[in-house]
Ligand binder design. Sequence first.
Ligand SMILES: Cc1cc2nc3c(=O)[nH]c(=O)nc-3n(C[C@H](O)[C@H](O)[C@H](O)COP(=O)(O)OP(=O)(O)OC[C@H]3O[C@@H](n4cnc5c(N)ncnc54)[C@H](O)[C@@H]3O)c2cc1C
Length: 806
Amino acid sequence: MKEHARVVVIGGGIVGAAVLYHLTKLGWSDVVLVERKQLTAGSTWHAAGGFHSMNSDPNMARLQAYAISVYQEVEEISGQDVGMHLTGGINIAATSERWEVARYEHEKLKVLGIESQLVSPVEIKDLCPIIDTRDVLGGLFVANEGNLDPYGSTHALAKAARMAGAEIYVNTMVKDLVHKPDGAWTVITDKGNIQCEHVVNAAGLWAREVGRMAGVHVPIIPMEHHYILTGDIDELADWDGELPLILDPDGEIYLRQERNGVILGVYEKKSTPWSVDGTPWDYGETDLLESRLDNIENELMRGFERYPLLADAGIRRIVNGPFTFAPDGNPLVGPVRGVQNYWSACGVMAGFSQGNGVALALSQWMIHGEPEGDVFAMDVSRFGAFTTNAYTIEKVKEFYQNRFYLLCPNDEWPAARPNKVSAFHDRLQAANAVFGSSYGLEVPLWFAPQGTEPVETPSFRRSNAHEPVGEECRAVRGGVGILDGSSFGKYEISGPDAESFMDYLFASRLPDLGRIRMGPLLLPSGRLKGDMTVMRIAHDKFMIIGSGYLQEFHMLWFEQHRGNQKVRIVNRSDELSAIAIAGPASRELMSLAASGDVDKESMPFMSVRTMDVGIAPCRVARLSFTGELGFEMYVPTVYARSLYDHLLEAGEKLGIRPFGIRALLSLGMEKSFGIWSREFTPDYTPAMCGFDRFIDYGKADFIGREAALADRDSTPEHRLVTLEIDSHDADAWGYEPVWHKDEYAGFVTSGAYGHTVGKSLALAYLKTPFLDSTDNEFSVHIVDQRRPAAILPEAATIRVATRMRS
Ligand SMILES: Cc1cc2nc3c(=O)[nH]c(=O)nc-3n(C[C@H](O)[C@H](O)[C@H](O)COP(=O)(O)OP(=O)(O)OC[C@H]3O[C@@H](n4cnc5c(N)ncnc54)[C@H](O)[C@@H]3O)c2cc1C
């Protein structure tokens, strides 16, 4: 066994093997994998081996599509058969809603470059003669799906890695990890120690245990999962085709062929978490769990109805095995905050679909410093301290049970809520708020009319929120509205080196004392890393505001760049609350409520002051995402409730009205303001989205400067535009294709109804040549129909631009 290696990958399941292979593929050969038993000894060996491209997150879907191509590659390199059956896959729809969504997904897949086809019940029957399609309305067929052999695919990846210089030590158990002062690691195994630069936790079922060795909490829970293998079915024995992988989400079952029988898997409603406090070290290799047929009876019955011949085929084998899930079902990938050179590759619930994508992103991160595109959906930093074990159990159960639930874009799932609440949550409840959850915190989405139940109907079309949100928007534009901004991320960076540190971190000029600037963060590749608001509150102290769900993501980035500089970086998101007021009457309200001068001269646009509001000590910023005259107040959380009450009382005669995130986004859309995770992600560069106007290209140095200069001088492939869409009962949500006549022109990133302009609006990235189209005749797929659309030459609401700055 080697005593030194650049990387030690812990775990030889499909994910560890894929990571090892990708590290070598991208150029690192001094890498080893340590496996306590044999390769595949965790969840991997008992998997059904199905792989598919569909994922509700488009970037995950893209990575899943990539994952599949790698199996053919490693089979060729290694000569090891991966048992590939590229049968194609069908998602069948047995309800009108599901069928509508299948048509919508079909359009979205075009944006991702994944070929799909809508198929009729007759075509489904041709592809799968044993199915009963009586209640089936249609299906979505994707050619690039199927199944493979878990053992063969893991070994092919491992062998291909070995051929490129990697080493694999089986029957070798990692017992402990020691972090050395220089950031490197000693990996202590039962066969000796390995000194290495980087450690990768790919320990699957035991990822929590391996996490604890480095003091890392891994928010995953294993769930029991069943499939049955039937006996032979004569019709299949006599047939010369092969069944596709079929997902029947309405029945909560999946099916694929196995020789002349089938594997039928279920995601049962009576779900069972397994070993919630930790995975026993003696589990694995050949163990299976006792089957719980009672729990899966309903789903099995539906399977037998859908495939009537199964009833006669008999059950040859029942498999019940555990595999792990993160709270939202997506993998946990990337660097772990506070633990240098420790990388996560865990929580991969669909290892054969996702393993290679996880491995590619992680290897790029380790070797090049960043993954190639936006991988936030699987970034381990999307979770923080709120993902306790109890929280994770609740959320994982919810995810498992709803694995095939028809998820609408406005769905808010209830498990483990309320968790964190803002200081005036009761006031928002009394105002009939409908809450969503962001980073574990309850946030008001909109306010239902008094006397009605504060619940939103899940829908791809405009919901019961539409009218109330419209009223909130009009109240803001016409007078003054008040918003709970407690969910904003709030940071302070201070110290003797704060200015130089910040100047290097942010691509913009830093604000002067008492002033505010938009602060883009760039990656070394020049793509976007963050869109923050930077305030200078002392010569050597800055307050920074960002999206609250990015707290770990932002803190990790700040800390990674601190080096030896004398700076203090503090996340104050929980200890500070934020309340925003917006609308033409907001200055009058501030003058009634605040101790300091708030007139235009004393508090111009993009300024920040310290003053009392009511009896609460606040930091007050003169800005608003609504595109209106507005103020944001940052206040210690213990004062937030009295501040909220005071503002409501003082604003009564001005007709003050609470508004929620939905109204905020609609108002922002009217001003063509983009948001992080939609218009702004690491997929885009400043020139594509107009962020170039915030960048100080003349600065001596900042992260991504070289690439940003090149970006400035090039013509980007896509540019962000605002579209007006002729749509009457639905708005765009994101990732809908945009067409110019019949040519694909680009895709939507987000959409909203602009209530005060009476237009359905969307922000979209269009291929640059289409921006010069003289006819301006575009169309966008809204739900399942193509609707006419046109590029707006400027934001839908420009008349308030002067008011925003007043
Ligand atoms: C019944 C069932 C059916 C499934 N069907 C599918 C399917 O059709 N398609 C699909 O994509 N997914 C399926 N899955 C899920 C799939 O099995 C997992 O996503 C995948 O196996 C996860 O792989 P992994 O490498 O992350 O973890 P694991 O397979 O658990 O591998 C972790 C490895 O790490 C090793 N290890 C742990 N700790 C240490 C240590 N301290 N030292 C050394 N080695 C260590 C373990 O021995 C193990 O080999 C199914 C799962 C089950 C249970």
